[in-house]
Design a protein around this ligand. Structure first.
Ligand code: ZN
Ligand code: ZN
Length: 106
């Protein structure tokens, strides 16, 4: 399991389950549950193949959060996308899904 840095992700088990997360500093913000590991790894490989870099959210000056479309009914299922990493006050700039090497709006 790798994070966006291309480094081995750390694993931690809490009472909510097992998680993979970025163990580097500064963190790329990578986080997924053990069950989603395969989905995230596949999406990460797809993202890397595009050659696109991790977007930085302008208003927050933070690397955007890597996510995967988990709705199986969507055509974009399994695709990587990025959202704002801020929980309290997220901006809507980063809802970008990567399809065929391009960032498009979800
Ligand atoms: Zn990382
Ligand atoms: Zn933001």
């Amino acid at each position: 399991m790798e994070c966006l840095h291309g480094k081995t992700a750390s694993n931690s088990t809490t009472d909510k389950g097992s998680f993979w997360f970025c163990g580097q500093k500064p963190s790329c913000g990578f986080l997924c549950t053990e069950e989603d590991g395969y989905l995230f790894q596949t999406a990460l490989t797809a993202w890397r193949a595009t050659g696109l870099t991790q977007p930085i959210c302008e208003s927050h000056q933070k690397p955007a959060k890597f996510r995967v479309v988990k709705d199986m009914l969507k055509k974009s299922y399994g695709r990587p996308y990025f959202t704002c990493a801020s929980r309290e006050n997220p901006c809507n700039l980063m809802n970008a899904v990567i399809i065929e090497g391009e960032m498009s709006r979800l």
